[in-house]
Design a protein around this ligand. Sequence first.
Ligand SMILES: Cc1ncc(COP(=O)(O)O)c(C=O)c1O
Length: 419
Amino acid sequence: MDLSNSSSTLSLGFSQLPDDSASLQRDRKQPIPLQLLEPRARSPENNGAAAAENGEDEDDSDVEEFRILGHCIKRRRESEPASSSASSCKRIPIAAADVEERRAAIRSWGNESISEADPDLFEIMEREKNRQAKGIELIASENFVCKAVMEALGSHLTNKYSEGLPGERYYGGNQYIDEIETLCQERALAAFDLDSENWGVNVQPYSCTSANFEVYTGLLLPGDRIMGLDTPSGGNTSHGCYMPDGRKVSGASIFFESLPYKVNPQTGYIDFDKLEERAMDFHPKILICGGSSYPREWDYGRFRQIADKCGAVLMCDMAQVSGLVAAKECASPFDYCDIVTSTTHKSLRGPRGGIIFYRKGAKPRKRGTPPPQGNEIEYYNFEEKINFAVFPSLQGGPHNNHISALAIALKQACDRRHG
Ligand SMILES: Cc1ncc(COP(=O)(O)O)c(C=O)c1O
């Protein structure tokens, strides 16, 4: 999107500096050179604004106050039009009464609740609230979030664009968004007792299906092989799924080659011997454990052995059990897996979304091998690939209202465990 060469007289209010730094590059330490087009030359208008900013005295009769979304905004009344050389916008004279009417309309638009702004939608939402409160929900993958999480979801944080990661964003004005995302990352690691030397986390995925696809996109080429639990055995479609007639269902099976492993129909447990045999023939690049409806402990150690034997990265999608893992009520995939994904809205009881944890730092030494010397040390290389797959490959701006709500849920997960 190049805003600088627009031939239209319409403007989004930003222009780029001559060097085209908005092209997507990973190594950006410089602030993004976006500028306000608003003329900063001293016009009667912005003289007044500057004076107000500097706390200088000004004629009160020239200053008007109005409220938008609960904020009090002071502005100098319009008098003379701004100098035409400073602004290319033509002003169309509007009758004072019209202006007042428009202001009143904007004020009331900004402050209306749903019941006033959209009574039809409000009425349906009320019926759904009633249904949730009065019915009995027996869907294991759903949960009810607390008021604080809902407040964060419905907050002003939805207004901000912040493509990129903390400290390297494409838009200005992200100092507080950076703080929120960093806090969320720290809490995500703390909730699962992870050390930031060895684990990194991306809290931006819009859902767990997106998170899984982002892992595949970062680590694989189209057509590369993955292996996950068969859907009828309790697996999830996002791990690669075919219909009985062979039709490919999810992006995971459309863009990658997937071969499922299954449970033993007699015992209901994963048939590890068959899984190993298939994995040694198929050689998946990613072996996926975790599923939607496998009501057993996952034997992560056994998965690790098979992944090592066939040379696969071991990934766990702990969506259903992540709250139980945080509470230490079931085995942790972090002890054995290279990458762990999850939903954030099931047992973790946060807002609807996804999360990706990845190993980083030096790889552990394989048993029985001598200690590596200097440049023989091998390092994980997931961080950059996964972050790049999330943005810019598959997502745009992170949902900051979601990230702040997730930070609350993760704090609660830590507090419940330690409290
Ligand atoms: C294991 C697993 N992964 C992924 C998903 C999909 O999550 P989302 O709805 O966030 O895409 C589910 C949903 O039930 C799941 O059980």
